[in-house]
Design a protein around this ligand. Structure first.
Ligand SMILES: Cc1cc2nc3c(=O)[nH]c(=O)nc-3n(C[C@H](O)[C@H](O)[C@H](O)COP(=O)(O)O)c2cc1C
Length: 224
């Protein structure tokens, strides 16, 4: 197990793309959820509605998602259009894809290898649990989605601090209708993304590297 000092786990925390086949206890999941629940939200509205999927239900859901993907049956609540990311954002997005392909030993030309990574995505990268994050749709959704991001980050940092690992996955949003149906969730709630979590397999290549960030000078302007 990797150990993180209290002050550096924010910087060391990373997306995990290979998990051990070892579930967390119900108490452990509860502690993570309590950490997430402590997130700030605008006017303390706490708009998050979380569904935790484990065990037999997780196995079933993985198969259903793969089947829907094979049939091309996808439908998201929110638009994700990669072509809208321009210039340096586009560059970072492409670097991220290359980073993941390299980690899985997949070349640009290897279509099957790329398809296999999508399947691993839908298999929660081997994680025993996934948290699906639903939210009510209010006005243009931006403020509610901001609160959801705070919640998700608390959830993921809690995982890291407690010796577990996680990965946020927008890929699940492509199956919003299917996931709502499987979990018995009302159409009024929108699926933003999911977080797969469990014990990281630190021996696996995809977990050995961590994507770097741009220097502060590219993101921050100081005024005095
Ligand atoms: C909202 C959100 C959705 C994401 N969706 C996916 C996904 O579907 N599949 C995946 O492999 N990684 C996904 N990621 C992980 C990002 O690729 C990752 O956070 C980023 O490359 C930075 O790497 P790091 O988390 O290891 O620091 C997502 C991250 C966020 C914040």
């Amino acid at each position: 197990m990797k150990e993180f000092k209290m002050l550096d786990f924010q910087r060391s925390s990373q997306s995990i793309r290979e998990f051990l086949d070892k579930p967390l206890s119900k108490d452990a999941i509860n502690e993570i959820l309590l950490d997430a629940q402590a997130a700030p939200s605008a006017c303390n509205t706490q708009p998050w509605l979380t569904h935790i999927i484990s065990g037999k239900k997780a196995k079933e859901l993985k198969e259903i998602l793969k089947d829907k993907w094979a049939k091309g049956e996808t439908k998201s609540d929110f638009i994700w259009d990669q072509t809208q990311f321009k210039d340096k954002l586009d560059e970072r997005l492409r670097n991220q894809y290359k980073f993941v392909y390299d980690d899985f030993g997949v070349t640009r030309e290897d279509r099957q290898g790329r398809a296999d990574i999508m399947i691993r995505n839908l298999e929660f990268y081997g994680a025993p649990h996934v948290a699906m994050l639903f939210m009510p749709s209010i006005t243009d959704n931006v403020n509610v989605a901001t609160d959801m991001g705070m919640y998700a980050q608390n959830f993921m940092l809690s995982c890291t601090a407690r010796g577990y690992g996680s990965i946020p996955q927008l890929v699940f949003a492509m199956f919003a209708d299917t996931i709502r149906k499987e979990l018995g969730v009302s159409d009024e709630l929108k699926l933003l993304f999911g977080i797969s979590f469990g014990y990281p397999n630190w021996e696996a290549q995809p977990n050995k590297n961590h994507l770097s960030r741009v220097p502060l000078s590219k993101s921050v302007t100081f005024h005095e």
